[in-house]
Ligand binder design. Structure first.
Ligand SMILES: NC(=O)c1ccc[n+]([C@@H]2O[C@H](COP(=O)([O-])OP(=O)(O)OC[C@H]3O[C@@H](n4cnc5c(N)ncnc54)[C@H](O)[C@@H]3O)[C@@H](O)[C@H]2O)c1
Length: 395
Protein backbone atom coordinates (compact mmCIF):
# COMPACT_ATOMS: atom_id res chain seq x y z
CA UNK A 1 0.00 0.00 0.00
CA UNK A 2 2.73 2.43 1.00
CA UNK A 3 4.66 1.65 -2.21
CA UNK A 4 1.63 2.36 -4.38
CA UNK A 5 1.20 5.70 -2.68
CA UNK A 6 4.85 6.61 -3.36
CA UNK A 7 4.42 5.81 -7.05
CA UNK A 8 1.33 8.03 -7.19
CA UNK A 9 3.26 10.81 -5.54
CA UNK A 10 6.10 10.50 -8.08
CA UNK A 11 3.65 10.58 -10.97
CA UNK A 12 2.11 13.72 -9.49
CA UNK A 13 5.57 15.29 -9.05
CA UNK A 14 6.59 14.49 -12.66
CA UNK A 15 3.44 16.08 -14.07
CA UNK A 16 4.05 19.17 -11.93
CA UNK A 17 7.52 19.57 -13.48
CA UNK A 18 6.24 19.76 -17.06
CA UNK A 19 7.62 22.85 -18.77
CA UNK A 20 5.23 25.10 -20.62
CA UNK A 21 6.74 26.61 -23.79
CA UNK A 22 5.48 29.99 -24.92
CA UNK A 23 4.52 29.36 -28.56
CA UNK A 24 3.26 32.87 -29.21
CA UNK A 25 6.81 33.93 -30.07
CA UNK A 26 8.44 31.68 -32.64
CA UNK A 27 12.20 31.67 -33.07
CA UNK A 28 13.31 31.95 -36.69
CA UNK A 29 16.19 29.50 -37.14
CA UNK A 30 18.51 28.74 -40.06
CA UNK A 31 20.93 25.89 -40.70
CA UNK A 32 24.51 26.41 -41.85
CA UNK A 33 25.83 23.08 -43.08
CA UNK A 34 23.36 20.33 -43.97
CA UNK A 35 25.44 17.18 -43.58
CA UNK A 36 25.39 14.24 -41.20
CA UNK A 37 24.94 15.87 -37.78
CA UNK A 38 22.53 18.49 -39.12
CA UNK A 39 20.09 15.54 -39.30
CA UNK A 40 20.08 15.25 -35.50
CA UNK A 41 19.66 19.02 -35.23
CA UNK A 42 16.75 19.22 -37.64
CA UNK A 43 14.84 16.41 -35.91
CA UNK A 44 15.29 18.20 -32.60
CA UNK A 45 14.41 21.70 -33.86
CA UNK A 46 11.31 20.27 -35.59
CA UNK A 47 10.05 19.06 -32.20
CA UNK A 48 10.14 22.58 -30.74
CA UNK A 49 6.69 24.19 -30.91
CA UNK A 50 8.22 27.66 -30.76
CA UNK A 51 10.70 27.25 -33.64
CA UNK A 52 10.30 27.94 -37.33
CA UNK A 53 13.08 26.61 -39.57
CA UNK A 54 13.25 29.28 -42.26
CA UNK A 55 16.50 28.75 -44.18
CA UNK A 56 19.49 26.52 -44.77
CA UNK A 57 22.77 26.75 -46.65
CA UNK A 58 25.36 24.24 -47.74
CA UNK A 59 28.48 24.67 -49.88
CA UNK A 60 27.40 21.69 -51.99
CA UNK A 61 24.78 22.94 -54.48
CA UNK A 62 21.37 21.31 -53.95
CA UNK A 63 22.39 19.63 -50.67
CA UNK A 64 20.39 21.95 -48.40
CA UNK A 65 17.24 21.60 -50.54
CA UNK A 66 17.50 17.79 -50.58
CA UNK A 67 18.19 17.80 -46.83
CA UNK A 68 14.99 19.62 -45.87
CA UNK A 69 12.96 17.56 -48.34
CA UNK A 70 14.32 14.39 -46.73
CA UNK A 71 13.17 15.53 -43.30
CA UNK A 72 9.84 16.90 -44.58
CA UNK A 73 10.47 20.52 -43.56
CA UNK A 74 8.52 22.80 -45.87
CA UNK A 75 8.91 26.44 -46.86
CA UNK A 76 12.65 26.61 -46.16
CA UNK A 77 14.75 28.99 -48.32
CA UNK A 78 17.87 27.20 -49.53
CA UNK A 79 19.11 29.14 -52.56
CA UNK A 80 22.35 30.28 -50.91
CA UNK A 81 25.86 29.32 -51.94
CA UNK A 82 27.29 29.61 -48.39
CA UNK A 83 26.73 30.97 -44.89
CA UNK A 84 27.47 34.54 -45.98
CA UNK A 85 24.70 34.70 -48.58
CA UNK A 86 22.25 33.26 -46.07
CA UNK A 87 23.22 35.65 -43.29
CA UNK A 88 23.17 38.62 -45.68
CA UNK A 89 19.50 37.87 -46.51
CA UNK A 90 17.80 40.34 -44.17
CA UNK A 91 14.34 39.20 -45.27
CA UNK A 92 14.90 36.09 -43.14
CA UNK A 93 14.76 38.14 -39.94
CA UNK A 94 16.71 35.44 -38.14
CA UNK A 95 16.88 34.86 -34.40
CA UNK A 96 19.42 32.05 -34.51
CA UNK A 97 21.56 29.75 -36.60
CA UNK A 98 22.78 26.28 -35.90
CA UNK A 99 26.24 25.74 -37.35
CA UNK A 100 26.77 22.12 -38.40
CA UNK A 101 29.78 22.59 -40.65
CA UNK A 102 33.06 20.69 -40.51
CA UNK A 103 35.65 21.92 -37.99
CA UNK A 104 37.57 24.27 -40.31
CA UNK A 105 34.29 26.08 -41.01
CA UNK A 106 33.26 26.67 -37.40
CA UNK A 107 34.97 29.98 -36.67
CA UNK A 108 34.19 31.97 -39.82
CA UNK A 109 30.41 31.34 -40.00
CA UNK A 110 30.11 31.79 -36.20
CA UNK A 111 31.86 35.18 -36.34
CA UNK A 112 29.79 36.25 -39.36
CA UNK A 113 26.54 35.24 -37.65
CA UNK A 114 27.39 36.97 -34.37
CA UNK A 115 28.38 40.14 -36.24
CA UNK A 116 24.93 40.01 -37.88
CA UNK A 117 23.37 39.94 -34.40
CA UNK A 118 22.21 36.32 -34.56
CA UNK A 119 22.38 33.78 -31.70
CA UNK A 120 24.62 30.80 -32.47
CA UNK A 121 24.50 27.12 -31.60
CA UNK A 122 27.90 25.86 -32.75
CA UNK A 123 28.80 22.19 -33.10
CA UNK A 124 31.79 20.79 -31.24
CA UNK A 125 34.76 21.03 -31.22
CA UNK A 126 34.58 24.79 -30.56
CA UNK A 127 37.16 25.53 -33.31
CA UNK A 128 40.40 24.05 -34.64
CA UNK A 129 42.84 26.51 -33.04
CA UNK A 130 42.89 28.62 -29.90
CA UNK A 131 43.29 31.78 -32.00
CA UNK A 132 40.03 30.99 -33.81
CA UNK A 133 38.22 30.45 -30.49
CA UNK A 134 39.46 33.84 -29.26
CA UNK A 135 38.25 35.52 -32.47
CA UNK A 136 34.78 33.93 -32.10
CA UNK A 137 34.59 35.02 -28.46
CA UNK A 138 35.51 38.60 -29.38
CA UNK A 139 32.61 38.62 -31.86
CA UNK A 140 30.36 37.09 -29.18
CA UNK A 141 31.35 39.79 -26.68
CA UNK A 142 30.73 42.60 -29.17
CA UNK A 143 27.37 41.18 -30.26
CA UNK A 144 25.96 40.37 -26.81
CA UNK A 145 24.30 37.35 -28.43
CA UNK A 146 24.23 33.79 -27.12
CA UNK A 147 26.90 31.39 -28.31
CA UNK A 148 26.49 27.83 -27.08
CA UNK A 149 28.85 25.01 -28.02
CA UNK A 150 27.34 21.62 -28.91
CA UNK A 151 28.47 19.42 -26.03
CA UNK A 152 25.24 17.44 -25.59
CA UNK A 153 26.80 14.64 -23.45
CA UNK A 154 27.00 17.22 -20.68
CA UNK A 155 23.21 17.22 -20.46
CA UNK A 156 23.12 13.52 -19.58
CA UNK A 157 21.98 12.86 -15.98
CA UNK A 158 25.00 10.64 -15.30
CA UNK A 159 27.37 13.36 -16.42
CA UNK A 160 25.56 15.79 -14.12
CA UNK A 161 26.08 13.25 -11.33
CA UNK A 162 29.87 13.46 -11.78
CA UNK A 163 29.69 17.18 -11.14
CA UNK A 164 27.38 16.69 -8.15
CA UNK A 165 29.83 14.19 -6.64
CA UNK A 166 32.75 16.60 -7.06
CA UNK A 167 30.73 19.56 -5.75
CA UNK A 168 29.63 17.55 -2.69
CA UNK A 169 33.24 17.53 -1.47
CA UNK A 170 33.25 13.75 -0.99
CA UNK A 171 36.43 13.48 -3.08
CA UNK A 172 38.25 16.09 -1.00
CA UNK A 173 41.00 17.98 -2.78
CA UNK A 174 41.37 16.72 -6.34
CA UNK A 175 44.98 16.32 -7.48
CA UNK A 176 45.01 13.84 -10.38
CA UNK A 177 42.67 13.01 -13.26
CA UNK A 178 43.00 10.42 -15.96
CA UNK A 179 40.61 10.86 -18.85
CA UNK A 180 40.14 9.94 -22.46
CA UNK A 181 38.62 7.21 -24.47
CA UNK A 182 38.97 5.36 -27.66
CA UNK A 183 37.77 3.15 -30.40
CA UNK A 184 39.50 0.07 -31.71
CA UNK A 185 38.63 0.83 -35.34
CA UNK A 186 36.59 4.02 -35.48
CA UNK A 187 37.97 6.62 -37.90
CA UNK A 188 34.77 8.42 -38.93
CA UNK A 189 34.50 8.13 -42.70
CA UNK A 190 30.93 6.94 -43.25
CA UNK A 191 30.07 9.93 -45.46
CA UNK A 192 33.43 10.72 -47.03
CA UNK A 193 36.58 12.47 -45.92
CA UNK A 194 35.46 15.65 -44.15
CA UNK A 195 36.70 14.32 -40.77
CA UNK A 196 40.16 13.37 -42.04
CA UNK A 197 41.50 16.07 -44.36
CA UNK A 198 43.33 19.11 -43.06
CA UNK A 199 41.27 21.43 -45.26
CA UNK A 200 37.97 20.38 -43.66
CA UNK A 201 38.77 18.89 -40.23
CA UNK A 202 42.13 20.37 -39.19
CA UNK A 203 42.24 18.08 -36.13
CA UNK A 204 41.37 14.40 -35.79
CA UNK A 205 40.49 12.26 -32.77
CA UNK A 206 42.08 14.92 -30.56
CA UNK A 207 39.36 17.46 -31.36
CA UNK A 208 36.52 15.21 -32.46
CA UNK A 209 36.20 12.99 -29.40
CA UNK A 210 39.03 14.32 -27.22
CA UNK A 211 36.97 17.45 -26.56
CA UNK A 212 34.29 15.26 -24.89
CA UNK A 213 36.75 13.54 -22.56
CA UNK A 214 38.10 16.90 -21.51
CA UNK A 215 34.64 18.34 -20.96
CA UNK A 216 33.56 15.35 -18.86
CA UNK A 217 36.15 16.11 -16.18
CA UNK A 218 36.83 19.83 -16.61
CA UNK A 219 33.14 20.71 -16.33
CA UNK A 220 32.91 18.59 -13.17
CA UNK A 221 35.83 20.39 -11.49
CA UNK A 222 34.86 23.91 -12.59
CA UNK A 223 37.09 24.33 -15.65
CA UNK A 224 40.42 25.36 -14.09
CA UNK A 225 42.83 27.13 -16.39
CA UNK A 226 45.40 24.94 -18.18
CA UNK A 227 48.98 26.03 -17.48
CA UNK A 228 51.31 23.68 -19.39
CA UNK A 229 50.88 20.83 -21.87
CA UNK A 230 53.18 18.07 -23.03
CA UNK A 231 51.44 16.42 -25.96
CA UNK A 232 51.86 13.62 -28.46
CA UNK A 233 49.87 12.72 -31.56
CA UNK A 234 50.18 10.09 -34.26
CA UNK A 235 48.44 8.86 -37.42
CA UNK A 236 49.58 5.25 -37.92
CA UNK A 237 46.13 3.83 -38.73
CA UNK A 238 44.60 6.63 -40.79
CA UNK A 239 47.51 6.80 -43.22
CA UNK A 240 47.62 3.03 -43.79
CA UNK A 241 45.81 1.89 -46.98
CA UNK A 242 45.47 -1.55 -45.32
CA UNK A 243 43.56 -0.10 -42.35
CA UNK A 244 40.85 -2.74 -42.05
CA UNK A 245 37.88 -0.37 -42.15
CA UNK A 246 39.12 1.34 -45.35
CA UNK A 247 39.45 -2.11 -46.89
CA UNK A 248 35.96 -3.10 -45.70
CA UNK A 249 34.31 0.00 -47.19
CA UNK A 250 36.40 -0.23 -50.37
CA UNK A 251 38.24 3.09 -49.92
CA UNK A 252 41.99 2.43 -49.46
CA UNK A 253 42.61 5.84 -51.07
CA UNK A 254 41.34 7.48 -47.83
CA UNK A 255 44.83 6.73 -46.47
CA UNK A 256 46.24 9.42 -48.79
CA UNK A 257 43.53 11.91 -47.79
CA UNK A 258 44.23 11.39 -44.07
CA UNK A 259 46.05 14.49 -42.76
CA UNK A 260 45.03 14.64 -39.10
CA UNK A 261 45.74 12.61 -35.92
CA UNK A 262 44.09 9.30 -35.01
CA UNK A 263 45.69 9.11 -31.55
CA UNK A 264 46.78 11.72 -29.04
CA UNK A 265 48.05 11.74 -25.47
CA UNK A 266 49.05 14.49 -23.07
CA UNK A 267 50.17 15.45 -19.61
CA UNK A 268 48.50 18.72 -18.63
CA UNK A 269 49.05 20.88 -15.55
CA UNK A 270 45.94 22.76 -14.44
CA UNK A 271 45.57 25.68 -12.07
CA UNK A 272 45.09 24.45 -8.50
CA UNK A 273 47.86 21.86 -8.72
CA UNK A 274 45.77 19.34 -10.65
CA UNK A 275 47.37 16.94 -13.12
CA UNK A 276 45.38 15.79 -16.16
CA UNK A 277 46.53 12.65 -17.90
CA UNK A 278 44.79 12.31 -21.27
CA UNK A 279 44.67 9.89 -24.17
CA UNK A 280 42.27 9.55 -27.09
CA UNK A 281 42.05 7.23 -30.10
CA UNK A 282 39.99 6.82 -33.23
CA UNK A 283 41.90 3.60 -33.79
CA UNK A 284 44.25 1.47 -31.67
CA UNK A 285 45.11 -2.12 -30.89
CA UNK A 286 43.25 -2.05 -27.58
CA UNK A 287 39.61 -2.10 -26.45
CA UNK A 288 39.83 1.04 -24.32
CA UNK A 289 42.71 3.23 -23.14
CA UNK A 290 41.12 3.08 -19.67
CA UNK A 291 38.33 4.48 -17.56
CA UNK A 292 38.22 8.06 -16.43
CA UNK A 293 39.44 8.38 -12.85
CA UNK A 294 39.39 11.36 -10.53
CA UNK A 295 41.63 11.11 -7.47
CA UNK A 296 41.04 13.27 -4.43
CA UNK A 297 42.37 13.34 -0.87
CA UNK A 298 39.14 11.88 0.55
CA UNK A 299 37.84 9.77 -2.30
CA UNK A 300 38.43 8.56 -5.83
CA UNK A 301 35.86 8.18 -8.60
CA UNK A 302 36.01 5.63 -11.43
CA UNK A 303 33.87 6.45 -14.48
CA UNK A 304 33.71 3.49 -16.89
CA UNK A 305 34.45 4.30 -20.50
CA UNK A 306 31.91 3.55 -23.22
CA UNK A 307 33.06 0.83 -25.63
CA UNK A 308 32.90 3.09 -28.69
CA UNK A 309 33.90 6.36 -27.07
CA UNK A 310 31.09 8.91 -27.28
CA UNK A 311 31.84 11.07 -24.27
CA UNK A 312 29.26 9.65 -21.87
CA UNK A 313 29.28 7.39 -18.82
CA UNK A 314 29.71 3.73 -19.83
CA UNK A 315 28.36 2.03 -16.70
CA UNK A 316 27.89 2.29 -12.95
CA UNK A 317 30.46 4.63 -11.42
CA UNK A 318 32.37 3.62 -8.29
CA UNK A 319 33.44 5.84 -5.44
CA UNK A 320 36.46 4.59 -3.44
CA UNK A 321 36.58 6.07 0.05
CA UNK A 322 36.85 5.22 3.75
CA UNK A 323 34.08 4.87 6.30
CA UNK A 324 35.26 4.88 9.94
CA UNK A 325 38.76 4.02 8.77
CA UNK A 326 37.64 1.10 6.60
CA UNK A 327 38.17 1.08 2.83
CA UNK A 328 34.77 1.14 1.18
CA UNK A 329 33.35 1.34 -2.33
CA UNK A 330 30.05 2.95 -3.17
CA UNK A 331 28.46 2.04 -6.49
CA UNK A 332 26.58 4.82 -8.25
CA UNK A 333 24.17 3.07 -10.60
CA UNK A 334 23.41 4.43 -14.06
CA UNK A 335 20.58 6.96 -13.84
CA UNK A 336 17.79 6.32 -16.32
CA UNK A 337 16.61 9.47 -18.07
CA UNK A 338 12.87 9.84 -17.55
CA UNK A 339 12.52 13.16 -19.39
CA UNK A 340 11.57 11.51 -22.69
CA UNK A 341 13.99 13.87 -24.42
CA UNK A 342 17.14 12.79 -26.24
CA UNK A 343 20.40 14.66 -25.63
CA UNK A 344 20.20 16.56 -28.93
CA UNK A 345 16.68 17.65 -28.09
CA UNK A 346 17.91 18.89 -24.71
CA UNK A 347 20.77 20.73 -26.40
CA UNK A 348 18.39 22.49 -28.78
CA UNK A 349 15.73 23.18 -26.13
CA UNK A 350 18.25 24.65 -23.67
CA UNK A 351 19.60 26.90 -26.43
CA UNK A 352 16.08 28.11 -27.33
CA UNK A 353 15.22 28.68 -23.68
CA UNK A 354 18.37 30.78 -23.19
CA UNK A 355 17.37 32.97 -26.14
CA UNK A 356 13.76 33.36 -25.07
CA UNK A 357 14.39 33.87 -21.37
CA UNK A 358 17.41 36.12 -21.77
CA UNK A 359 19.56 33.50 -20.08
CA UNK A 360 23.18 32.54 -20.50
CA UNK A 361 24.53 29.98 -22.96
CA UNK A 362 23.91 26.41 -21.76
CA UNK A 363 27.48 25.47 -22.75
CA UNK A 364 29.38 28.78 -22.55
CA UNK A 365 32.42 29.61 -24.65
CA UNK A 366 34.17 30.92 -21.53
CA UNK A 367 34.48 27.30 -20.34
CA UNK A 368 35.12 25.64 -23.68
CA UNK A 369 37.92 28.14 -24.30
CA UNK A 370 40.05 26.10 -21.85
CA UNK A 371 39.04 22.87 -23.57
CA UNK A 372 40.21 24.38 -26.86
CA UNK A 373 43.40 25.74 -25.28
CA UNK A 374 44.33 22.19 -24.19
CA UNK A 375 43.60 20.73 -27.64
CA UNK A 376 45.59 23.51 -29.28
CA UNK A 377 48.39 23.03 -26.74
CA UNK A 378 48.56 19.28 -27.38
CA UNK A 379 48.78 19.83 -31.15
CA UNK A 380 51.50 22.49 -30.78
CA UNK A 381 53.49 20.59 -28.17
CA UNK A 382 53.34 17.41 -30.27
CA UNK A 383 54.68 19.29 -33.28
CA UNK A 384 57.48 20.90 -31.24
CA UNK A 385 58.27 17.69 -29.36
CA UNK A 386 58.39 19.39 -25.96
CA UNK A 387 56.24 20.79 -23.16
CA UNK A 388 54.73 24.21 -23.78
CA UNK A 389 53.15 26.91 -21.67
CA UNK A 390 49.49 27.63 -22.42
CA UNK A 391 49.06 31.32 -23.15
CA UNK A 392 45.48 32.56 -23.44
CA UNK A 393 45.11 36.13 -24.70
CA UNK A 394 42.62 38.56 -23.14
CA UNK A 395 39.26 38.79 -24.90
N1 LIG B 1 27.61 16.68 -31.31
C1 LIG B 1 27.81 15.51 -31.90
O1 LIG B 1 27.47 14.45 -31.38
C2 LIG B 1 28.46 15.47 -33.25
C3 LIG B 1 28.43 14.29 -34.00
C4 LIG B 1 28.99 14.31 -35.28
C5 LIG B 1 29.60 15.46 -35.76
N2 LIG B 1 29.65 16.57 -34.98
C6 LIG B 1 30.33 17.80 -35.44
O2 LIG B 1 29.52 18.43 -36.42
C7 LIG B 1 30.33 19.02 -37.43
C8 LIG B 1 29.83 18.55 -38.80
O3 LIG B 1 29.97 17.15 -38.86
P1 LIG B 1 29.20 16.34 -39.99
O4 LIG B 1 29.46 14.92 -39.70
O5 LIG B 1 27.81 16.80 -40.10
O6 LIG B 1 30.02 16.78 -41.28
P2 LIG B 1 29.55 16.72 -42.80
O7 LIG B 1 30.78 16.81 -43.59
O8 LIG B 1 28.63 15.55 -43.01
O9 LIG B 1 28.67 18.02 -43.00
C9 LIG B 1 29.20 19.32 -42.97
C10 LIG B 1 28.48 20.12 -44.04
O10 LIG B 1 28.79 21.49 -43.87
C11 LIG B 1 28.85 22.09 -45.17
N3 LIG B 1 29.58 23.35 -45.05
C12 LIG B 1 30.89 23.53 -44.71
N4 LIG B 1 31.18 24.84 -44.65
C13 LIG B 1 30.05 25.52 -44.98
C14 LIG B 1 29.73 26.91 -45.08
N5 LIG B 1 30.63 27.86 -44.83
N6 LIG B 1 28.47 27.24 -45.43
C15 LIG B 1 27.53 26.27 -45.66
N7 LIG B 1 27.78 24.95 -45.58
C16 LIG B 1 29.04 24.57 -45.23
C17 LIG B 1 29.54 21.03 -46.01
O11 LIG B 1 29.35 21.22 -47.38
C18 LIG B 1 28.90 19.75 -45.47
O12 LIG B 1 27.76 19.39 -46.21
C19 LIG B 1 31.77 18.62 -37.13
O13 LIG B 1 32.47 19.70 -36.58
C20 LIG B 1 31.65 17.50 -36.12
O14 LIG B 1 32.70 17.48 -35.16
C21 LIG B 1 29.07 16.60 -33.76
Amino acid sequence: MAIAEDKDLNAFKDSQEEVVIDTTRKLRVAFIGCGWIAGSHVKSFMKQPDVEIVAGADLVPGKAKAFFEKYGVEGVKTDYKDHKELLDDESLNLDAVTICTYNRQHAEPAIYALKKGVHVLLEKPFTVTLDEAIAVMKAEKESGKILSIGFQPRLDENMKMIKKIVDSGVLGQIYYIQTGGGRRRGIPTPFGTTFITDETAGIGALGDIGCYSLDMVLNAIGYPKPLTVSGYKSNFFGTDPNYSNYVKIGHPEYAKAFQVDDFAAAFVRLEGGIILDFRIAWAMNMDTPGDTIILGTKGGLRIPSTECWNGTVGGAMKLYHEVCGEQTETVIPIIEDKSGMGLFEKKVRSFCDAIKNGGTAPVPSSQILYNQAIIDGIAKSAELGREIEVVIPEI
